[in-house]
Design a protein around this ligand. Structure first.
Ligand SMILES: [Zn+2]
Length: 380
């Protein structure tokens, strides 16, 4: 089983790969590899594909193995305080049948919210030609991954304590895996995005809320019961501003959209209620000095939290998701410059900060990836 995980991980890391190369990577012999991959081929998880033609003439090139496009798909669900999305994901990383439903008020009764989640999940499942392998749910809330429940959703408190995985399992009769939204982003990055092949990196999500996930020494790190990654509520100022979580001085109070919009209004920028990194950087390009100052303060406030992560765990590579990506390279570079300034210089420590996708694709892929890792007993 562990070997099967190594083989699947190697395929995600390397792309289509021959049996011989897989054997080398997994540190096993050809017979063992055949024993691992043949059941996966028989179950249509893997297929042999056409080799890339070598320019040199000679022996017949080995046929590489890759994920079968007709393998059973996985249902990926993304639950945020304002909306729920569901889709089908193929094991080779294609997203199909995405649909989205806006959620009713997160302070109201929980019944209509759960009905909306089931409805959008069902619409995705109904599009599956083959029975899906399971349902992966990424939730923008504090979660208990052991129980598959939502602990606290600050912006939709009706869902606090809700055992969502058990409810979806009962409704659809499929395995369900529930995890923190930033961890789904990280899984999406690791398997299908910029984290492919990386031994360690962090995914950071910014926007209405802040959160993060860590891939350390070749493993996704969750903390006890999935309690890790609540970066938005790490403290950046003792006795600072009151946070929506009830504590004071959280990173969330200085580096989310609500801070940006409030400050945009305070300095007199146009349409402050709609402000985001994209609009802000357009104003900077147009030569507005107030926007330039605000963009730099925002970049610095985001960098403060990343610098704390770097000092604690040193993942070194950061993939940023969410609204900062809308600010393009100048915003990402401004954040990187502040992080490097805030972290003491150390030879050989080159902190890299890059942009993931601003949209929800990575989270949907990652939500599905949570199920796949479970089924294949991978570390991620
Ligand atoms: Zn807080």
């Amino acid at each position: 089983m562990a070997n099967r995980g190594l083989v699947i991980q190697a395929l995600f890391d390397l792309g289509p790969t021959s049996r011989a190369e897989l054997a080398r990577r997994a540190g096993v012999n050809r017979t063992t590899i055949s024993g691992i991959v043949q059941p996966l081929i028989d179950n249509d998880v893997l297929v042999e594909i056409e080799p890339v033609q070598s320019k040199r003439s000679g022996g017949k090139p080995a046929r590489p193995l890759w994920f079968s496009p007709s393998a059973r798909p996985i249902c990926g669900v993304l639950l945020m305080p304002d909306a729920v999305q569901a889709c089908l994901v193929t094991v080779d990383g294609a997203i199909i049948a995405v649909n989205r439903i806006a959620l009713p008020n997160g302070d109201g009764p929980v019944g209509p919210i759960i009905r909306a989640i089931k409805k959008t999940t069902r619409s995705a499942l109904d599009r599956a030609v083959r029975k899906p392998l399971g349902i992966g749910v990424a939730v923008g809330a504090m979660v208990d991954t052991d129980q598959g429940s939502i602990v606290t959703m600050n912006l939709a408190p009706s869902l606090d304590g809700y055992p969502l995985a058990a409810e979806l399992r009962r409704e659809f009769g499929l395995p369900v895996r529930l995890d923190h939204h930033p961890r789904a982003l990280l899984v999406g990055d690791r398997w299908f995005g910029k984290g492919r092949g990386a031994a360690q990196f962090a995914a950071i999500y910014t926007g209405e809320v802040l959160g993060g996930a860590f891939y350390l020494d070749g493993r996704l790190y969750r903390g006890v019961g999935g309690a890790g990654g609540e970066l938005g509520h790490t403290f950046v100022q003792v006795g600072g501003e009151l946070c929506r979580c009830g504590r004071r001085g959280c990173w969330d109070t200085i580096a989310t959209l609500s801070w940006l919009r409030r400050e945009a209004k305070a300095v007199g920028l146009p349409q402050p209620g709609e402000m985001n990194s994209g609009a802000l950087m357009q104003l900077v390009v147009a030569g507005d000095p107030r926007a330039a100052t605000l963009a730099d303060r925002y970049a610095n406030n985001i960098a403060v939290g990343i610098a704390n992560v770097q000092q604690t765990l040193a993942p070194n590579d950061y993939i940023l998701h969410g609204e900062v990506v809308l600010g393009g390279a100048p915003m990402i570079e401004a954040i990187a410059a502040h992080v490097r300034r805030l972290v003491p210089n150390r030879p050989g420590l080159n902190i890299e900060i890059s942009a993931g996708e601003p949209g929800d694709r990575a989270a949907l892929l990652g939500a599905a990836g949570l199920v796949l890792s479970d089924l294949l007993r991978l570390s991620i």
